[in-house]
Design a protein around this ligand. Structure first.
Ligand code: ATP
Ligand code: MG
Length: 415
């Protein structure tokens, strides 16, 4: 019996013409990132499971519930990467990239894997494009990274997205804030969702990020981290806001934003769209000044962001209707003899970057029908008569104009 396979749930294929849109988004990123000094890094999609446990954190949703982890044939515990930062930091430490002049800047793109409940805007395999910068604690770097992200989104065709910012403090001021949160939530424990009851002990910061209605209601009166920041963190955040103001980059402060990963320090940010429904975050990131040293590297302040390709693509394809690229020339080839002439004419045009289709088989009528369906601009007919005379019939399918031309002159048609 034959079996018809389908893709795994939450791991959909991306087909043309959407893949072409993805290409445009990636090109926009590559151009903008290059101007900011970011070069591509390609890390492995599969890593030791421990890498994510030690960076993202055992109490995070990602590690607690969503990892694609398994034991390989060598008995190692491995995971498909749920995000990009941990791998880039591993590579930075492993290859001693701290020996290169600071700051070191990288961008990456590729699939990430999280066992989430598939729904609109949420998949189990999804693609991110992200950037990481190592080696400076200066708020100018936070501003530069955020400005770069907004410039990329604008170049990709998405100028009107909202930027939300917060500072979640550092190892000096955060412990006291966590304690204040614990005290605040203690009398409300019964009202919190089971996840938040667990978070209360493990990491009460996460309660601020919970999406459950009753937790949102309870936290309305919770203490704000902005009131607990140490002088250095307050200064850093103030300087960042000043730089964004100077750049006229609009933002909103969101004192409740904490992000779901353990490694963040100080600046965290999210870019959202009003047009995406519940999964409205397009990109997110922040500082992680302690992660490089936690991975055994020298103390190296660092920061980064990741943007979700599917959500970017959805926003863009809602704004313009996607269509398949059309051939500029469709060469109808009739009969065995015509094949070589059709192929060499097509190749000559293709060498000039023209998109050309050859209709290898079928009657002239059926080939013309195909040319029309594909939306070809011109049809050129090569049959036995044309081969003998060396003069090819052509037709502009848009204007109806037609004529005959020698093989050499076909190029002139397309100028
Ligand atoms: P969310 O709040 O939407 O769950 P997140 O905080 O988990 O996002 P990050 O881990 O920071 O997101 O990832 C950055 C971006 O990657 C998100 O803003 C989003 O665009 C995209 N992303 C994250 N998880 C998924 C997913 N399961 N499916 C599709 N895109 C995703
Ligand atoms: Mg998430």
């Amino acid at each position: 019996m034959k079996t018809r396979f389908t893709a795994l749930k939450g791991a959909p294929d991306v087909l043309p013409p959407e893949t072409n849109l993805w290409g445009r988004i990636e090109n926009a990123a590559c151009e903008v990132f290059a101007a900011y000094g970011y070069d591509e890094i390609k890390t492995s999609i599969i890593e030791p499971a421990e890498l994510f446990l030690r960076s993202i954190g055992a109490s995070s949703d990602i590690v607690a519930k969503e990892m694609y982890s398994f034991t390989d044939k060598g008995g190692r515990s491995v995971s498909l990467r749920p995000e990009g930062t941990a791998s880039v930091v591993r590579a930075y430490v492993e290859h001693n990239l701290s020996l290169r002049p600071a700051p070191q800047k990288f961008f990456y793109r590729g699939p990430m894997f999280r066992y989430e409940r598939p729904q609109k805007g949420r998949q189990r395999q999804f693609y991110q494009i992200g950037a990481e910068c190592f080696g400076t604690a200066h708020p100018g770097m936070d501003a530069e990274l955020i400005v770069m992200l907004m410039a990329f989104l604008e170049r990709a065709g998405l100028p009107a997205l909202s930027l939300e910012l917060n500072s979640i403090g550092c190892r000096n001021c955060r412990p006291a804030f966590k304690q204040r949160l614990r005290e605040f939530f203690a009398p409300h424990l019964d009202g919190l969702c089971p996840d938040c009851q667990r978070r209360h002990e493990q990491n009460p910061l996460r309660i601020l990020d919970c999406k459950v209605e009753r937790c949102i209601a309870i936290r309305a009166g919770a203490p704000l981290i902005s009131e607990s920041l140490c002088a250095e963190c307050r200064e850093h955040f103030g300087a960042l806001l000043g730089l964004l103001d100077a750049m006229k980059t609009p933002y909103t402060l969101n004192p409740h934003m904490v992000r779901g990963l353990d490694y963040y320090t100080r600046t965290v940010f999210e870019v959202t769209s009003g047009q995406l429904g519940a999964q409205n975050a397009v990109a997110a990131g922040g500082r992680y000044d302690l992660l490089v040293s936690e991975f055994g590297g020298p103390e190296t302040p660092a920061l980064g962001f990741a943007a979700g390709m599917e959500r970017l693509s959805r926003l863009l394809s809602a704004a313009e209707s996607l269509s398949m690229p059309r051939p500029e020339v469709f060469i109808a080839s009739l009969g065995r003899e015509a094949a070589a002439a059709a192929l060499s004419t097509a190749s000559a045009l293709r060498a000039r970057d023209k998109r050309v289709e050859v209709g290898w088989e079928g009657s002239l009528k059926s080939q013309l029908r195909r040319a029309d369906k594909m939306g070809a601009r011109y049809v050129v007919i090569i049959g036995e008569d044309e081969l003998r005379s060396g003069s090819f019939k052509w037709k502009n399918l848009g204007t109806g104009e037609s004529g005959e031309t020698g093989a050499e002159e076909i190029f002139n048609l397309l100028s």
